[in-house]
Design a protein around this ligand. Structure first.
Ligand SMILES: [Zn+2]
Ligand SMILES: [Zn+2]
Length: 77
């Protein structure tokens, strides 16, 4: 028995996930995503796949990375 770190559910099939040296306990992959998946810096959706890294930020797709870079250039001028 283990308590899910996201929702607090006491689940007999709970499992642990280690990311960057930090281990957390979860009862479902939904809770893993809620706790660990990064959010796209442009649209805010959860990045479940590999994502796209640009300028130190992570995006869900190349389209979002491009949109954000265009906006960033506009902001600086
Ligand atoms: Zn949970
Ligand atoms: Zn996005």
């Amino acid at each position: 028995m283990a308590i899910c770190d996201t929702c607090g559910n006491d689940h007999d099939k709970a499992f642990q996930v280690t990311k960057a040296g930090k281990t957390m306990t979860f009862d479902s992959f939904e809770c893993v995503i809620a706790a660990m998946a990064p959010s796209c810096a442009h649209c805010g959706c959860r990045v479940i796949g590999h994502g796209v890294e640009a300028g130190g930020a992570i995006y869900c797709c190349a389209h979002c990375a491009g949109q954000e870079n265009v906006a960033g250039l506009k902001d600086r001028t």
